[in-house]
Design a protein around this ligand. Structure first.
Ligand SMILES: [Zn+2]
Length: 145
């Protein structure tokens, strides 16, 4: 048995959003929606005094809260797609969320790992090690550090 096994904790989060993939070769170029599932996995070098990597409720509050505020029931677009975004904003009043790249499952996972988690979990010892973004029950992308 290894002397320092890695222990991780994973929380599943769900959100609904619309997106499209600019220049996609097929139907994904159309504006459409998904029931996204995010699996966020955290590691810690040691457990806290209660025996946790991080409280699951903290993941829900911080990461789930960020997703709820910015992505849930919103439209996620590439910032090169602002012509469409402006039409949506004018017609619905919603604030479209723009990514610096196409909103594929891979890029959504990348954004959570590199832009969102380091900021919202900066006061916690646990580190986000792995994020999986499910776009459909059969298709998902994984980013690990
Ligand atoms: Zn899609």
């Amino acid at each position: 048995m290894p002397s320092n096994p890695t222990i991780s904790a994973t929380r599943l989060l769900h959100f609904d959003a619309a997106h499209r993939v600019m220049e996609h070769e097929s139907k994904c170029k159309n504006l459409h929606g998904h029931r996204y599932v995010v699996e966020a996995t955290f590691d810690a070098s040691k457990l806290d005094k209660l025996g946790r990597v991080i409280d699951f409720g903290v993941i829900t509050t911080l990461l789930g809260g960020w997703i709820d505020a910015h992505w849930d029931h919103n439209t996620i677009l590439f910032d090169a797609d602002k012509a469409l975004g402006h039409v949506i904003e004018e017609q619905t009043g919603q604030s479209v969320f723009y990514l610096p790249y196409n909103p594929t499952a891979e890029n959504i996972a990348h954004y959570l790992m590199t832009q969102v988690c380091p900021d919202i979990f900066k006061d916690y010892e646990a580190v986000c090690r792995n994020i999986i973004v499910h776009e459909t029950p059969n298709c998902y992308a994984t980013i690990s550090r």
